[in-house]
Design a binder for this molecule. Sequence first.
Ligand code: S3P
Length: 439
Amino acid sequence: MSSHSIVFLAQPAGALQGDIRVPGDKSMSHRSIMLGSLAEGTTHVKGFLEGEDALATLNAFRAMGVQIDGPSGGEVTIHGVGLHGLQAPSEDIYLGNSGTSIRLIAGLMAGQAFDVTMTGDASLSKRPMNRVAVPLREMGAVVDADEGGRPPLTVRGGSRLEAISYDMPMASAQVKSCVLLAGLYADGITEVTEPAPTRDHTERMLRGFGYDVDVQGNKVRLAGGGQLTATNIDVPSDISSAAFYMVAASITPGSDLTLRHVGINPTRIGIVNILRLMGAIIEIFNEREVGGEPVADIRVQYAPLRGIEIPEDQVPLAIDEFPVLFVAAACAEGQTILTGAEELRVKESDRIQVMADGLLALGVDAQPTEDGIVINSGPIGSGEIWSHGDHRIAMSFAVASLRAAGAIRINGAEHVATSFPGFVELANGVGFNIQVIED
Ligand code: S3P
């Protein structure tokens, strides 16, 4: 995974035009492997994201004895082993850059009979795991982490789990999902209360596998001891990947781009809401439902954007899109203020600091705050930035190059492969000018 370094040399380009489909949703791809592996019967997945993060999950379940065919052209066949059919892996499970893998799998491992140790790359090894270790221990699991609650994370087997009612201290779909997945193995009814709506793909997909999940307001409940029944899954395009193209078309004069078959789950739609508040022209059409998830085509045309105060209720709904939204803010007339987004500091990188550093290096006035940022629009210069092991930072500065005075050199661009294989080919096909240099 990401064994060699890559640099993007991203140059200003003309208007963007095209009709494209970005790769499959990362969150749903992870969950399709997890639930398909634990189901009774054979699950077929279409539109699976063949990025390193989702492949890390796939390899983890193979290492625990699940036969998985593919992926090939986005198709995967999973021969489910049932909730109690996993086998002990012969070595530690390496999960690369993927926070979703480690946190969700931790929940499932709490219910197994064997021990598992999970490791990751330099970025994942810095990320907080106490947010899952604390509720899992409350359920009766034995979980060991490194100093400061960092990976490697070991979950010991053979614990008897008791259901809990967990009041989540932060708005995190990974924590919610971890507790619910452990709840499949717990005695009683597990309940999670969230402080704000977070992505609900786990709840929707559990239902798709025939498992009862009760959602009332901000509470999600499920009873342990049921079973999952194999199903077919059609993963829509990832709105978080589409977001780079939405901002790209919005900031580049003359652009007109259509993005097909994009997941528009209401818990993921913040990017559209925020860009529209900034004056973007975004049309959502052909709305339909695919396998329990709303999907649509999205047309984005260039529009002069204006700075805004981003409503805090949109933060969890756009949590992965802020790096590229900061680029939109740099191009928007006036000032953009983000608050209530301290979670950005514990993503694949500290996205507040790393984006502020990168924008400042390009001459944009970007002031980080404890829980957000203040950006004053201004010309984007040429310069050099570092991804800090974070795919979305690299792609965001590729988008910034569309409005830059000259080339932006983006170091650490190999991490783009974690969520968006083929990003450069697709981007150059609609009018970007990105050169890939092996470092
Ligand atoms: C994800 C949840 C979010 C998001 C991540 C994927 C998921 O993380 O940032 O990219 O699939 O559940 P948090 O739960 O930490 O907010």
